[in-house]
Design a protein around this ligand. Structure first.
Ligand SMILES: Nc1ncnc2c1ncn2[C@@H]1O[C@H](COP(=O)(O)OP(=O)(O)OP(=O)(O)O)[C@@H](O)[C@H]1O
Ligand SMILES: [Mg+2]
Length: 329
């Protein structure tokens, strides 16, 4: 099948910040495509340009064959959006929120009712259709927003951090709904996330974005295969000391430091473990735990950016700034 989204040299600069830096890629019809990156990587800015909410500084993109600058109305009718800030009307019922959106998009009255019920069933909210949104949990609201985004039968659905702030159980449920919608409605889905597991479980392909640049793009399996080798995780209170010793050995391809552990990417871990343990012993470093695993998406991210998403995630103070920024938008 063809490409439903084509992006060429897309760039967005806000004063001094180069938020999106010359990105090019395409998304195939029917894909669930994920944008994975830390806070401030440029995910929302990219989606906003594709959704015609922001004009690019440079570059081009088309959605469903329509140019995002020259054919905005056509683009807007081709897409559904669920952005980070909720836009439901709390004082209306689930049904009324859906109906309002349907009117806005000129969904004919006789079709509207049927479609609303069908979509509410898909996200398992049909029994709550006459309840006020203010009585809904975070997960229910998100599901309602996703259903609403599909009411005008868009070809592409943009989901900006669809499970941000939700508990693991609710996140799993939303992933299941996204998969069903993708299959049953044949809608292409582009989502952003900074959750590794979300990208891994849900997306056919993943673009890793960091500092406005796409650093890798592929299926999760291929991304992990590219790292290759094994990941050895060593639990120790003398992480720094161990790191300084192992740094001198070429067979250690890369390292990642955690509070009380160190992870090392090596080829054929089984042939290196004995050597590492011996080195630790000789230098009087106590090893509490040792595990060997295959690379995860987190290791992929580290490989391409030199940092972990976890350490990039906002500290409480940053988090505050980040919320203020969000509210201003
Ligand atoms: N309206 C704006 N004016 C100025 N700078 C902006 C604006 N919107 C975003 N930025 C900056 O552009 C960069 C990318 O922001 P963006 O919101 O796209 O990141 P993100 O990947 O969506 O992050 P998050 O995970 O926090 O949602 C950041 O440095 C941000 O501060
Ligand atoms: Mg964002």
């Amino acid at each position: 099948m063809g490409n439903i989204i084509e992006i060429k040299n897309l760039t967005k600069r806000f004063d001094k910040v180069l938020a999106v830096d010359n990105i090019s890629f395409s998304v195939k019809q029917g894909e669930i495509f994920g944008f994975l990156g830390p806070n401030g990587a440029g995910k929302t800015t990219t989606l906003s340009m594709l959704a015609t909410l922001l004009s690019p500084t440079k570059g081009k993109a088309s959605v469903n064959g329509f140019d995002i600058e020259k054919q905005r109305d056509n683009v807007r009718h081709s897409i559904g959006m669920v952005f980070q800030d909720p836009t439901l009307d709390e004082e209306l019922t689930a049904y009324e929120n859906m109906d309002f959106h349907g009117r806005l998009y000129n969904v004919p009255k006789n079709e509207r009712k049927k479609k609303i019920i069908e979509l509410l069933q898909l996200v398992e909210l049909d029994k709550k259709k006459n309840d006020l949104v203010k009585t809904f949990s975070g997960g229910m609201r998100r599901r309602l927003e996703i259903a609403r985004g599909l009411l005008h039968e868009p070809k592409v659905l943009f989901l900006d951090e669809p499970t941000l702030g939700l508990d693991p159980q609710t996140r799993n449920k939303i992933w299941a709904h996204i998969k069903v919608l993708n299959k049953e409605k044949n809608v292409t889905i582009i989502l952003t996330t900074h959750y590794m597991d979300e990208a891994d479980k849900l997306c056919d392909r993943i673009a890793i974005i960091d500092n406005g640049k796409i650093v890798a793009i592929n299926t999760s399996a291929n991304l992990k295969n590219k790292i290759g080798g094994d990941i050895i995780t060593i639990g120790t209170n003398e992480r720094e000391k161990l790191l300084n010793i192992l740094k001198k050995y070429k067979f250690c391809k890369s390292f990642k430091e955690h509070n009380s552990s160190l992870t090392i990417n090596v080829e054929h871990a089984e042939t290196r473990v004995a050597e590492i343990v011996k080195l630790a012993d000789r230098n009087k470093i106590t090893i509490h735990t040792l595990a060997i695993n295959k690379p995860t998406l987190e290791d992929v991210f580290l490989y391409y950016t030199g940092k972990t998403i976890r350490e990039e995630e906002a500290t409480p103070e940053d988090n505050f700034k980040f919320r203020v920024r969000r509210m201003r938008r």
